[in-house]
Design a protein around this ligand. Structure first.
Ligand SMILES: [Zn+2]
Length: 278
């Protein structure tokens, strides 16, 4: 019988450090009267939304999936060649088939979902199945306490040159700001862990998030990465998880996150290529 309860939980925490200025647009004029504002809270402090972090994490996983021998639908099955219900057009085509499996019982339904969901959407969620990964809003640890304004020039798309006298300005948060990152995983498969692990390695080396990244904004890297977890099949861990007074004591620290992820990545590559390691 399939067990739907919580069996395993993992949490990755890290410091996300911006090496350059960055901006997550507010979609309106900024507090500084800049044409393009940044997202700030009522105290005037920058916001790094969990939805932006999750979106970036998803695109990192999509990019890395091929190297790991995993499937990514890129939300477009015609372009990617990967069948997945997260692509609205594909879902419309197969919705009737899906509804038929609902009458055939739980196992048939789960099998159908498995066959019609790519590896990235299994982790991040799809219209027919909840994801196994959550990303919290970044918790501000440090910043320069000032929003900067930069000048932008309107570029003519055809000639790729600046249009005379057409300027705008946009707000950025200066380099050096730091947030606490928190990613939660529930009942991950070995594939999920390999995929997320590869993304954590990439983010540690450096990636970019937010607007105007092609102009060099939004470069960040991770520091102080920690991996904690609980295996609820283990009676001792289960007891600790259920009775700990403080949230931080519910999960045990896994000694070496690099070894843990590297092992899962190795296993995944081995299962894909079936080539013995030298
Ligand atoms: Zn997908």
């Amino acid at each position: 019988m399939t067990n739907f309860g919580l069996q395993q939980k993992n949490r990755i925490t890290a410091s996300l450090v911006f090496d350059t200025a960055w901006r997550i647009g507010s979609g309106k004029e900024g507090e500084t009267m800049g044409d393009l504002g940044v997202m700030i809270d009522p105290k005037g402090q920058p916001i790094l939304p969990g939805s932006s972090l999750k979106g970036k994490l998803r695109s990192t996983c999509e990019t890395l999936s091929h190297a790991l021998g995993l499937r990514a639908c890129m939300l477009n099955h015609e372009v990617s060649g990967v069948k997945c219900t997260s692509d609205v057009n594909y879902y419309h085509k197969v919705r009737e088939a899906y509804q038929k499996t609902l009458k055939k019982g739980l196992q048939a339904r789960l099998q159908w979902i498995d066959d019609n969901t790519c590896d990235v959407c299994k982790l991040f969620g799809s219209p027919v199945q909840a994801g196994r990964l959550w990303v919290s809003d970044g918790k501000l640890k440090d910043w320069a306490s000032v929003v900067q304004v930069r000048d932008g020039v309107v570029i003519d798309r055809d000639s790729q040159t600046a249009v005379n006298r057409l300027k705008y300005d946009y707000e950025v948060i200066p380099p050096g700001s730091q947030f606490e990152l928190c990613i939660d995983l529930e009942n991950p498969t070995d594939r999920d862990i390999a995929l997320l692990g590869a993304a954590v390695f990439e983010w540690r080396a450096g990636s970019s998030i937010g607007g105007f990244t092609s102009r060099g904004l939004g470069r960040f890297h991770l520091e102080e990465i920690k991996l904690t977890g609980v295996d609820l099949q283990d009676p001792e861990e289960r007891m600790k998880f259920l009775t700990a007074t403080e949230a931080k004591d519910r999960l045990s620290c896994l000694d070496d996150w690099e070894d843990y992820f590297t092992e899962r990545i190795k296993q995944q590559l081995k299962s894909t290529t079936e080539i013995e390691e030298s």
